[in-house]
Structures are given as C-alpha cells and as structure tokens.
Design a protein around this ligand. Structure first.
Ligand code: PGA
Ligand code: MG
Length: 226
C-alpha cells in the first residue's frame, strides 16, 4: 500500500466495540416511554449514521414517534449515554498494539466519527486511546455527517496531509462511501458493524483482526500537531 503518511480511523465498530453501551442507553430511553427493549444485533444494524439516526430507527422499530417524542427520547438517550460511554465499551483486541506500531512509525493519526464529539473524546480519554491521536473529529450540530466528505477531509488537513497521502480505516458502508467522496484510500475492518455489503472491495482491501491489519506507513505528513 504505497504512500500512507497519515491514518484516520472511524471509531464505533472499528477501534472500539461500543454497541453494548449504545444499546444500554437506547433501551433506557425506550423503557422510559413504555417501549420494549431491542436486542444487540438490532442495535448494531442501526449504528453508523449518528445518534439521531440510531434513536430514530429504534423508535421506528418499536411503534414510531412524532418529532416531539423523538426529541424527548434523543435527549434521554444522550443523558444516559453520557454516563455510560465506557460501561461496557472496550477497544477491539490488538487495537492498542496496532496504534503503538503506527506511533513508532511516527505518522500522525486521527479519528473521524459520526458519534458526537463529546462522547467520542470522553471514550478516548477513558480507554487511554486519546494520546495516540492528533485530531478527533466527531459529529457537531449543523455540520454534515459522513458520508459527506467534509469531516474526513478536515481530519486529514489537520494532520498536515493531502487526501492522496492518507488512509481511512472504517467498518461500514458509510465509511467506504465517505472515503470515495473524499477520494481517500480505504481499508475495511470487517470485524465491526457492517450492515451493507461492500462488493466492490476485494479480500486485499479488508482485515478482520487488528493483529493482521496489513498497513505499512511510508514516511509521514508534517502534522503541526505532533
Ligand atoms: O455514531 C454512529 O452511528 C457511528 O459512529 P462511527 O462513525 O464511529 O461508526
Ligand atoms: Mg463505524
């Protein structure tokens, strides 16, 4: 894989298994309005487009909601989630070892996630991931979410890189589409929350074990954040 001078990672389903805490918060918010809980596989199928989409899908799956109810349940979800960002959430096996390798190679690293910036940063702090990253770009009110390329391009720029010098690593079709929209190379972690097939990718473009990520950095971008 030529010319990898910076790496940007998706967060949920790529670096961390966060679905159990998203399920905890979603089910608490559903319970408060008398709805039945959702199982983990169902919650996983709702992850990837941000918390608003997750809550909207959870409500649609349990009887629907008008906009006022949606806003109430979203606020409750965010409240419970803020208290539980790492109750069950952990990095995937061998993620830390991989990050150590990339850091030893001296290349700048970033995160670009559809999770809101607050919980994304809190998780990275609490799981001791934050020191590896030069930039963490999360979802912000009023800003377009992935697959819009803006947040990925902003992460790469913050690392002092051009798009053709960077690699994006993600678990979902949203991430793949984001990389395409930004014209950034993509590597697929297939051990996460993929919920749409990616037939255009070959075996050489994916990995399901962080001990076998197959990414070899070549030089480094001149990040002024390092
Ligand atoms: O919040 C989500 O739905 C997905 O977050 P991710 O972009 O880190 O996978
Ligand atoms: Mg993801």
């Amino acid at each position: 894989m030529p010319n990898v001078k910076a790496i940007v990672f998706d967060l949920d389903g790529t670096l961390i298994h966060s679905a159990p805490d998203l399920q905890l918060a979603a089910n608490a918010a559903l319970h408060a309005i008398g709805r039945a809980p959702l199982d983990l596989a169902t919650i996983i199928s709702f992850i990837g487009d941000g918390v608003e989409a997750l809550v909207r899908r959870a409500l649609d799956a349990t009887g629907g909601a008008d906009d006022a109810l949606f806003q109430t349940v979203l606020a409750h979800f965010l409240d419970v989630y803020a208290q539980n960002v790492t109750t069950h959430t952990r990095p995937y096996v061998d993620v830390i070892a991989a990050l150590e390798q990339f850091r030893a190679a001296g290349i700048p690293l970033g995160i670009c996630t559809n999770k809101p910036t607050g919980p994304a940063r809190a998780i990275c702090e609490q799981l001791a991931l934050a020191p590896y990253f030069d930039v963490i770009v999360g979802a912000e009110p009023g800003q377009p979410k992935k697959p819009d390329p803006a947040s990925l391009l902003a992460s790469i720029k913050a690392l002092g890189c051009d798009p053709d010098q960077a690699l994006y690593v993600g678990d979902s079709a949203v991430d793949y589409q984001t990389a395409r929209n930004a014209q950034v190379r993509f590597r697929h972690f297939s051990g996460g929350y993929l919920n749409t097939a990616l037939p255009e990718l070959g075996d050489a473009d994916r990995f399901d074990d962080w001990a076998k990520h197959g990414i070899t950095p070549t030089g480094r971008c001149p990040s002024n954040l390092l």
